[in-house]
Design a binder for this molecule. Structure first.
Ligand SMILES: Cc1ncc(COP(=O)(O)O)c(C=O)c1O
Length: 395
């Protein structure tokens, strides 16, 4: 056994989160793709079976009330809230991240005066945010200005209406400075909208503490909600009364069963709802969130950084010099929970071979190998094995 393999064993033996692994369905491979689709928590299949057979099959329509279906978007939002540093009553679950980006961004622009004629968007964003921002700009008659996150403070002015940023870059794993960027956006009198897809469940976000205005995120990555599980929308409590959703469906009406002709928005976070919630996915997510009971997000962050540090150390030790280049920042303050390695010209083939050997990461065009570290179920021996297999494939 190598020195690094021995060190890995010791870290795993001392890991306070090691016991959480048993809460997931895992095989004997190494799963480093939880930044794309989180692993299945053991509690989910039984819950889904109960929702389908008893709540739907037996109780039928009664379940909207008796099984708490109608209030699930707010209830599950409150379950996610502590994981992203939000007090209760500010998050609703539902729709996709893309749809929530539209609600948040158009809602943000409607909070400021018409003289603010620019929307700033992260120029390195995951594509969907860019596409939706472009449409939000057309819908609101604003100009879209793509800016790299580091250049956002210099780009802000009295013309800025809203700024849409990704907390962690999906390609490189770079963590952007949410507190200082939010403060800069506010100093310019604009509204800050954050996409938390790659940070929620991986590191502390501090939405309330840092005064974020609106935020969105998915639940199928580090929150393990399952394929296509519903996303969420955060609207800071101080803005909820003025939040004017571009998708004011009947679920966000003050009196949804009043069947009124005129729209009157509900109070609070549920103003962000649209139509009938996707109950099967939503309640699978609710069961999945039980893995967080008693877990502190700070402990998750500590382990995440230790795992990515250790993986990078193993890559340096094992992989032939010059074969890969890390795109992931070395500084902890700038790192999310994934390691991205540039591997030219054969990253796609290399990832196929890794997956064939039980080490599952993913490939992002043109030449990036991504390895996501989900501290609730990935250990140090996994990190060592992944680097060892990678080195064998690259030799
Ligand atoms: C930063 C970011 N935003 C949005 C999405 C996807 O949004 P949706 O849930 O609408 O598919 C992803 C998916 O990986 C993402 O990484």
């Amino acid at each position: 056994m190598s020195d690094l393999a021995r060190i890995a064993q010791q870290h795993d033996a001392e890991d306070p989160l090691a016991g959480r692994r048993a809460l997931f369905v895992l095989d004997d491979g190494v799963y480093l793709d939880g930044n794309s689709l989180g692993a299945l928590p053991r509690s989910v299949p039984g819950r889904v079976e109960d929702v389908v057979r008893r709540q739907w099959g037996a109780l039928k329509i009664r379940s909207w009330d008796e099984s708490g279906w109608w209030t699930a978007p707010e209830r599950i939002g409150d379950r996610i809230a502590p994981l992203v540093g939000a007090a209760a009553g500010q998050i609703v679950v539902g729709d996709s991240t893309s749809v929530n980006v539209l609600k948040a961004l158009v809602g943000a622009v409607r909070l400021v005066d018409d003289a603010r004629d620019e929307i700033v968007v992260d120029a390195t964003t995951f594509p969907t945010d860019g596409y939706i921002a472009e449409s939000a700009a057309r819908l609101t008659g604003r100009t879209l200005r793509p800016v790299r996150p580091a250049e956002v403070p210099a780009a802000l002015s009295e013309r800025t209406a809203a700024v849409l940023l990704n907390h962690v870059d999906y390609r490189t794993g770079r963590l952007h400075d949410l507190p200082s960027l939010t403060a800069a956006v506010h100093a310019a009198g604009a509204i800050a909208v954050w996409d938390l897809c790659h940070s929620a469940g991986a590191l502390p976000v501090g939405l309330d503490e840092h005064g974020v205005d609106l935020a969105v995120g998915c639940t199928y990555k580090y929150l393990n909600g399952g394929p296509g599980s519903p996303a969420y929308l955060y609207v800071r409590s101080g803005l909820q009364d003025r939040f004017d959703s571009p998708l004011p469906g009947w679920n966000s009406h003050a009196e949804p069963f009043g069947m009124r002709e005129a729209y009157e928005p509900a109070a609070g976070a549920l103003r962000g709802r649209v139509g009938t919630p996707d109950i099967l996915s939503m309640l699978a997510l609710e069961a999945a969130l039980e893995v967080w009971d008693g877990v502190s997000i700070d402990a998750v962050r500590t382990k995440s950084l230790a795992l990515t540090d250790f993986f990078l150390e193993c890559v340096r030790a094992y992989v032939p010099e010059g074969r890969v280049e890390s795109l992931t920042p070395v500084r902890h303050e700038e790192r999310g929970s994934q390691v991205a390695l540039r591997c030219s010209p054969d990253a796609g083939d290399v990832m196929k071979r890794l997956i064939g050997r039980g080490v599952v990461g993913d490939f992002r065009r043109p030449d990036v190998l991504r390895f996501g570290f989900t501290p609730l179920y990935v250990g140090f021996a996994d990190a060592e094995r992944a680097a060892r297999v990678l080195a064998e494939e690259l030799r």
